[in-house]
Design a protein around this ligand. Structure first.
Ligand code: XMP
Length: 362
């Protein structure tokens, strides 16, 4: 047996890697990671407070008195915990940056800023929504949308960072599974949709990295978040893609469509939260389809957009199943969207699993 077979990575003649063996490698890596995690938990429990103290101490030793650290906030748990740990270590020499990319959800900028303020972080807020939306004008290809949003984000972030003197580090919320996955196992599945995070930024900006969550799993980060006093809504927030609502508006992104989707999505989230289902599923959201259908409202014929509801359960987003939500919940969501959101006269429920469908529609 050759070495590559032993490791499960069969490289084909054109250099591509077959999916099944790749998955075997991934599963192997995951099992190993879980094993080390269990070992660690047995060895030292409870250790959340210790981890916090140790990490804060390490950051304090690393960053010299005249140096500053910058980080990008998304409102999610990883970047928030990262920022809080760095802030504990060096106070306001941390510059947390929050960029409004124009494709955020209803009230999201306000909510993120309020939360960060309540946690004592002085956020550098940049509303660049006009620039993003201008660049997205006329663009319908999903990958082009991702590319535009990713590149514009990097451009904005780089420009903003230059406004501060002494910035030597970039803090990132990289988790242990990200570290393992990025070693050498990235396969064809990673290229189905390109994910633009802040990759490439540290080299470009000549910054050193601080990754306080590098050795942690998501559930450990959640434990730390609890100790740091983050609210349940943030600790258990569902994943939200970097390109935001742009990949949930099929086709061109316009202000009109953004407004429709924001309202519909807010209803989905509100009903999921009220019914308790929000915390039981991996993701639940609305998608705006680029078609209009005929309906009737009172004595009038309507010709308006369709909203699709997507709700999936999953362990790691590699595979996913659609959730069998109760009919009365689906009914309430659909009625509210049709009655309350101007421009929508039909709601459908997505009953596709991944694979072959992906979680996001674009
Ligand atoms: P898919 O649609 O590929 O999504 O089944 C898997 C998970 O990844 C999220 N997702 C993204 N996250 N940038 C991100 O940061 C992206 O471009 C992107 N596309 C998908 C998706 O929400 C799901 O959790």
């Amino acid at each position: 047996m050759s070495n590559d077979k032993f490791f499960g990575a069969h490289v084909s003649a054109n250099g591509g890697v077959f999916n099944a063996p790749l998955n075997a490698v991934k599963i192997g890596a995951k099992a190993f990671a879980l094993f080390t995690k269990n070992q660690r938990q047995w060895a030292a429990k409870p250790y959340d407070k210790e981890i916090i103290e140790k990490t804060v101490e390490e950051i304090r030793e690393k960053v010299k008195a005249e140096e500053k650290v910058i980080c990008a906030l998304s409102g999610g748990i990883d970047s928030t915990v990262t920022a809080l740990l760095v802030h504990k270590a060096i106070g306001d020499r941390l510059i947390p940056v929050f960029v409004n990319n124009g494709v955020l959800r209803k009230n999201e900028p306000e909510e993120v800023l309020n939360l960060m303020g309540s946690l004592g972080l002085k956020v550098h807020y940049v509303d660049e929504s006009k620039t993003f939306l201008e660049r997205l004008k006329g663009v319908t290809d999903p990958e082009k949308k991702r590319k535009i949003i990713g590149e514009t984000f990097i451009e904005v972030f780089e420009r903003e960072a230059k406004k501060f003197e002494g910035v030597k580090y970039l803090a990132q919320g990289t988790l242990y599974p990200d570290v393992i996955e990025s070693v050498s196992f990235r396969g064809p599945s990673a290229t189905i949709k390109t994910h633009h995070n802040v990759g490439g930024l540290p080299e470009r900006m000549n910054l050193k990295l601080i990754e306080p969550l590098r050795e942690l799993f998501k559930d450990e980060v959640r434990e730390i978040a609890k100790v740091l006093g983050l609210p349940k809504k943030v600790i258990w927030r569902q994943p939200f893609p970097g390109p935001g609502l742009a990949i949930r508006i099929l086709g061109e992104v316009t202000e009109e469509k953004l407004n429709i989707l924001r309202e519909a999505d807010a209803i989905v989230t509100e009903e999921m939260l009220n019914s308790g289902w929000y915390y039981k599923v991996w993701q639940s959201f609305a998608v705006l389809l680029p078609v209009r259908t005929v309906g009737v409202m009172g004595d009038y014929r309507t010709y308006e957009y369709v909203i699709a509801i997507r709700c999936v359960e999953s362990q790691d987003a590699m595979t996913a199943d659609w959730v069998k939500l109760p009919y009365d919940l689906l009914n309430r969501i659909a009625n509210r969207i049709i009655n309350e959101v101007k421009g929508v006269n039909r709601v459908v429920y997505d009953i596709s699993s991944k694979p072959p469908a992906t979680i996001e529609w674009e």
